[in-house]
Design a protein. Structure first.
Ligand code: NAD
Length: 355
């Protein structure tokens, strides 16, 4: 098993945007527009400095390009990061200023909510630009709103694939350890319970974990113990970088499949999993339900159009795992290769990509 040798794609555009009056200090990265507008959320975080902001924005924007490409969306990848002002600020004014910066990019970047931002913030952005999604939902039966159930559905479908492939049994004969039962983790627990799987759950929020345990009959594990829980499948649904050089050895599960973004601290950790015979379902392949929901809202798709693309998650994962096996690659490297190939093909033949 090897890491891939093809290289990360550089971003097309990196902009520092500042607005003295509102306190806006942000970086917008347009990683790739080969497949469409560079779509990716806006993160509000307490960054130490610009270097930290730029590193986070570039890494996240590249990830969005790959996620959107593999999900089959007519979107490229981008990201905005915003430094939380260290003085009192007018939130609406801040996001309006950000909206003006997005508008200046004339549609090359499409923003949405992310960590630290809300649908109401996006409503403020929308006063200045139409290149925004993740707005508060008006009316029922529409796409948009909380993307978590959609994300959970894609993870659930992916888990079925990994259970059949690595464990040779259906989910009803599996125990799944879920780390984090927030929006996605709780929805996933409900789906797995419905499918007859046994559950072990952990969360730093004791109320959240109790709610899920009562609803699903899950066993509760300690926050420190969930990684080594006696389960066939480990589902990270809390934080990134949970798979690290010092945690891989603790896993008892034979499959890692969950919603959290950037589960591997390092690409080498994907190899470490493979070396231990643990099948890793690449995070951005299985958790694309949320961005599909955002895309559906922005592009005006019907709920059934979005649902069909989410149901295709299982097929997309099979393609990645097949390539990994055939090429002797770790699954995350196979996913990166497929995504980069798709973006490179669109760069060299934009008309074919649009067709
Ligand atoms: P959330 O904040 O609703 O839930 C996260 C949960 O993890 C919370 O209940 C929190 O208490 C818990 N948690 C935090 N630290 C923990 C720890 N050390 N151990 C155990 N639990 C811990 O977030 P979410 O929307 O459910 O998203 C979960 C993950 O999935 C995040 O990494 C997110 O980036 C990713 N993701 C979410 C979506 C989506 O549609 N919401 C889409 C793609 C990816």
């Amino acid at each position: 098993m090897t890491l891939d040798t093809d290289h990360a794609l550089p971003p097309e555009d990196v902009r520092i945007v500042r607005d003295e009056a509102s306190g806006l200090d942000a970086i917008i990265v347009v990683h790739s527009t080969a497949l469409g507008p560079a779509a990716g959320g806006c993160r509000l975080w307490s960054y130490a400095d610009r270097t930290a902001m730029a590193a986070d924005a570039c890494r996240l924007a590249e990830g969005m390009s790959y996620k959107n490409a593999l999900a089959g969306l007519p979107l490229g990848g981008g990201k905005a990061v915003m430094r939380a002002p260290d003085r009192a600020f007018d939130r609406r004014g801040l996001f309006r200023a950000f909206g003006r910066a997005v508008e200046k990019l004339k549609g090359s970047y499409l923003t949405a909510e992310d960590v630290g931002t809300t649908p109401e913030d996006m409503a403020a952005v929308a006063l200045e630009t139409r290149y925004v999604a993740g707005l508060p939902v008006r009316g029922s039966g529409l796409v948009g709103g909380d993307p978590s159930p959609w994300t959970a559905r894609g993870v659930f479908l992916s888990m079925q694939v990994t259970a059949e492939r690595r464990l040779e049994r259906p989910l009803k004969d599996c125990t799944v350890a879920i780390q984090g039962v927030g929006h996605v983790g709780a929805a996933l627990a409900g789906m797995l319970h419905g499918a007859g799987a046994r559950l072990i759950v952990a969360d730093v929020n004791s109320a959240a974990v109790s709610r899920v345990a009562v609803a699903t009959g899950a066993t509760v594990a300690s926050v420190g113990g969930i990684l080594s829980a006696e389960a066939e499948i480990f589902a990270p649904c809390a934080l990134g970088a949970v798979i690290r050089h010092d945690t891989v050895g603790k896993l008892r599960a034979r499959v890692v499949c969950g919603a959290a973004n950037n589960q591997l601290a390092d690409a080498e950790d994907g190899l470490r999993l493979a070396d231990r015979g643990i099948l890793y379902a690449p995070d951005y392949v299985v958790n694309a339900g949320g961005i599909i929901n955002v895309a559906a809202e922005y592009l005006g798709w019907t709920p059934s159009g979005a649902a069909a693309l989410i149901e295709g998650t299982a097929d997309r994962l099979v393609r990645v795992l097949d390539l990994a096996e055939a090429a002797g690659l770790a699954p995350h490297a196979a996913a990166n290769r497929l995504a980069r190939q798709k973006i490179a093909a669109a760069r060299s033949s934009p008309l074919a990509a649009a067709a």
